[in-house]
Design a protein around this ligand. Structure first.
Ligand SMILES: Cc1ncc(COP(=O)(O)O)c(C=O)c1O
Length: 392
């Protein structure tokens, strides 16, 4: 199915299966070819000088990149989409497409750590001032607007601490002053949250996580509405951004099964958390899809599902040594950062230097879990023995 089909009437699962591919254009093969290329040849000099053919230079796109970009465009209901070589690269490109020297960008305090690093170390060198805001602000974000505010970067739920943001309220406020709204939607994906429909202009995902879904490639995607598309496309081209075709192939392959994988991540996570909440050595849980979570009402309004990333907090008085003893005792959960694959993961939550607009305890002991596709009974058994080793 190509983008020319009226795909907006199709349900998301159907779009996942069909978008971005047109078998009859490739001799009937179900999947598009993986085009390895740099040079593109022209039939004659006239076509070369006028650029009169679909592809001109592999960096600028080929049938493989088009397939994934078309699929993301359809999934997001976007005017256009671009792919980047990592989630962080997608974030950087999206931000660079809507700020210039003299501008002010507001970034949610709970943004992914390396997003902060990019904003703090690169943007000021180009004359862009960066300010962080409390994720709970909603339309009160207006109080931080300056005449030179041109962009608002959101991420919902927030990294490590999982605060939900009122994206429609923030978007409406930002649009009153003509600012562009960006959202990192990696946690929910375009299957469970549709940022553009909530008012966002640039919707970003670290495709490395659930789109690829198998911990074997890095990828980023940005989908833009009509207003933001021209700028995104221009910056993407000017920066020479390009993703290797084999990685795009892995992204396309992952996309086809995104829905069934996410459904299982969600089910397993709810099962594990339902058990975890009753453990005496566990204080509280952060996961917006739980009715006890402060972000539950916003999650219910803005999302149609939840993924496998969550955190739990040990009670006050727990030491770092106990947290490490727990982590080191885990056998099925790997200790590693990049989540979204089929496997379960755990890391200690470390907030030192990661927040500036909201008070956080830098000594509280918390663990971020990614609940994978294993049998949740085995995962629970692993958590039981690790908690026992750490807490007796
Ligand atoms: C919420 C979020 N956004 C962006 C990224 C960056 O993705 P990548 O590792 O592909 O650069 C991550 C990575 O962990 C993430 O968790």
């Amino acid at each position: 199915m190509t983008s020319s089909n009226s795909s907006s009437r199709l349900k998301p699962d159907t779009r996942l299966a069909h978008s971005g591919r047109d078998p009859q254009s490739f001799h009937g093969f179900v999947n598009p070819p993986v085009v390895h290329a740099s040079t593109v040849l022209y039939p004659d000099s006239q076509t070369l000088v006028t650029g009169g053919q679909t592809y001109s230079y592999a960096r600028r796109g080929n049938p493989t990149t088009d397939s994934l970009e078309d699929a993301i465009k359809e999934m997001e209901g976007a005017a256009g989409a671009k792919i980047a070589n990592s989630g962080l690269n997608a974030i950087a490109l999206a931000i660079l497409s809507c700020v210039k020297a003299g501008d002010h960008i507001l970034i949610v305090d709970t943004a992914y750590g390396p997003t902060r690093h990019f904003a703090d170390t690169v943007l000021p060198n180009f004359g862009v001032s960066v300010e962080y805001f409390d994720p709970h602000l909603g339309s009160d974000i207006k109080s931080l607007f300056r005449p030179e505010t041109t962009a608002v970067f959101t991420e919902s739920p927030g990294s490590l601490t999982f605060e939900m943001q009122d994206i429609p309220a923030i978007s409406a406020a930002a649009h009153e002053i003509g600012a562009t709204v960006l959202m990192d939607n990696t946690w929910a994906t375009s299957l469970y949250c549709q940022p553009l429909a909530l008012g966002v202009d640039l919707s970003i995902q670290a495709g490395t996580k659930y789109i690829v879904g198998h911990s074997d490639a890095m990828l980023g995607v940005v989908a833009a509405n009509e207003k933001a598309w021209k700028g995104l496309n221009a910056v993407h081209g000017a920066m020479g951004s390009h993703v290797a075709p084999d990685d795009i192939f892995l992204g396309l392959r992952g996309l086809r099964t995104l829905s069934v994988r996410l459904e299982r991540h969600q089910k397993n996570t709810l099962t594990v958390l339902d058990w975890l909440k009753d453990q005496s050595s566990v204080g509280s849980i952060s996961y917006p899809a739980l009715p006890t979570d402060p972000g539950y009402e916003i999650w219910k309004r803005d999302c149609s599902g939840s993924s496998g990333l969550c955190a739990f907090h040990f009670p006050d008085g727990t030491s770092q040594d106990q947290t490490h003893a727990f982590l080191d005792a885990l056998q099925l959960f790997g200790l590693g950062y990049s989540w979204g694959g089929f496997e379960s993961l755990a890391i200690p939550v470390r907030l030192k230097g990661m927040r500036s607009a909201t008070p956080v305890s830098e000594t509280a002991q918390s663990v971020r879990l990614h609940i994978g596709l294993e049998d949740p009974e085995d995962l629970i058994r692993d958590l039981v023995q690790a908690l026992k080793k750490a807490f007796g």
